[in-house]
Each structure stands twice: as C-alpha cells, then as structure tokens.
Design a protein around this ligand. Sequence first.
Ligand code: FES
Ligand code: FES
Length: 157
Amino acid sequence: MSLVEIRFTLNGREVRAEVPPTMALLEVVRERFQQSGSKLGCGEGECGACAMLLDGEPVLGCLTPAVDVDGREVRTVEGLREQGHLGALQQAFVAEGAIQCGFCTPGMLVAATALLAEHPHPTRAEVRRGLEGNLCRCTGYVAIFEGVERAAAGGGK
Ligand code: FES
Ligand code: FES
C-alpha cells in the first residue's frame, strides 16, 4: 500500500508522518509520536476513550483517518497541561475524585474541554450532554460531572 505524507500540529509541535491511507489518527498519535494518553477502547466510535481535539472540535481518534488531519491542529490530553502542570480542569477532576480506573479520563477531559469552550458555565444538563459520547465503565459519572462543574466555577486549584 502506498504511503501518504501528512504534516500537522500535535500538542503545539509541528510533526510529519508517512501513513497508510486507512490508518486511524489514534494509532498515529500513539505509535508514531508516543502520545499515549488517548486510549483505544472500543475502536468503533462507541466509548469516547480516544477523543481528541481537531482544530478545537472533539473527534474520535479511532474513526478519524490520519490523512484527514494534514495541515490541521490536533490536541490530545497531553496538550491540556498548562505550563507543564496539570491544567485547571485536570486538577478539578483530581479534587472531585473523578478519576477511578482512569481509562476513560483522557477522553472525558478532552470532551469537557470542548464543552467548557462552548459553555463556560454549563448546567448539569449541558455537562451530561457534552459528555454523553464518553463511557465510564466504573460508572462514576457524578464525580466526573462535579469535576467539570468545579472547573467551570474556577475551583480547579
Ligand atoms: S476507541 Fe474510539 S470511540 Fe471507543
Ligand atoms: S474511570 Fe474507569 S472507565 Fe472511567
């Protein structure tokens, strides 16, 4: 299979890769650039564990062809740090005990980042809607919702 060259920005860094046309963005990010925060859960667009931001919009890395991100900006959970430290949203998750086994957490943080960009002070219903594509098998959704609301209230630190 012939390879396609792509160049894109990954967590603020210009990168390039040669990829098969069918390769998923999640695989490229994890295997080629060692950004392993985004997780492979279902691989079928059902769980949200692979969520990342493409030009600021949430996408599923398992379903997004890597060739689609040529010339664009990708941000994963690693890119949510602020000056090398946990960002306010991440700190709010820790403070609320929203990280149980942690597998779904990167996708939750990415989805919540997109949600808070659109609704800086979301209602509980908006938080639920913003995270409805993300499954937590530990079923600890209340703590996750409270983590998002804590960040919105400026209580991350
Ligand atoms: S791994 Fe992508 S949605 Fe589940
Ligand atoms: S914290 Fe375990 S799947 Fe969500």
